[in-house]
Write a protein that binds this ligand. Structure first.
Ligand SMILES: O=C(O)C(=O)C[C@H](O)[C@H](O)COP(=O)(O)O
Length: 208
């Protein structure tokens, strides 16, 4: 089994909102608002008990949205998310088990990297699109530029502390395929059910 091409699965989506779900209905409303605003992929973090059901609900009720799982820390979570309908999975770091199982399960997987050694490990295992986390904390803009030399074939998805103000700088790097961030799904807007404002944030981000 060869590694699934995650960049192909994400089909040109350049901004991936990171969203921690409060309920299934909320998740569907958030995904619909983002899609309406021109964002076609969402990373649902596995940080709340409803997360797997939220992924299943988006997969079922929001057909145009490419739904993925974030905060995938172990193999059991990877399989749960896959069964629920996640089209891709993302981790803040990487482990040998996850690199092996994502390939075996044929799920698009973005391992997380923060050092050159981790890039070598994930890239060596066949993964081309790598999440760089926590991006702002490790000055990922400079790291990603430096990695374009030794890791010329690698593509990156920086995430962590990125907002609308930083996004354009990252997207201008030739080896940045996409980036992730929670600025499109602010808790205050979600709690108020302000889907129009989430749609507006998505529209602004998709114009970047
Ligand atoms: O859950 C994961 O898999 C992670 O690696 C962490 C997330 O990518 C960050 O929590 C993004 O959130 P912001 O930094 O608020 O944009």
């Amino acid at each position: 089994m060869s590694v699934v091409d995650a960049e192909a699965v994400l089909r040109g989506q350049r901004i991936i909102p990171v969203y921690t779900p409060g309920s299934e209905t909320e998740a569907v409303a958030v995904a619909r608002a983002l899609l309406q605003g021109g964002i076609g992929a969402i990373e649902v973090t596995l940080r709340t008990p409803v997360a797997i059901d939220a992924i299943a609900a988006i997969a079922r009720d929001v057909p145009g949205m490419i739904v993925g799982a974030g905060t995938v820390l172990d193999v059991a979570q990877l399989h749960q998310a896959h069964r629920a309908g996640a089209r891709f999975a993302v981790s803040p770091g990487c482990s040998d088990e996850l690199l092996r199982e994502a390939r075996e399960a044929a799920i698009a997987y973005l391992p997380g990297v923060a050092t050159s050694s981790e890039v070598m490990k994930a890239f060596g295992a066949g993964y081309r699109l790598l999440k760089v986390f926590p991006a702002q904390a490790i000055n990922a803009l400079a790291l990603i530029a430096a990695w374009s030399g030794p890791f010329a074939q690698a593509r990156f998805c920086p995430t962590g502390g990125i907002d609308a103000a930083h996004a354009a700088q990252y997207l201008a790097q030739p080896n940045v395929a996409c980036l992730g961030g929670s600025w499109l799904t602010p808790k205050a807007l979600i709690e108020r059910g302000d889907w129009a404002q989430i749609e507006a944030l998505a529209r602004a981000a998709s114009a970047l």
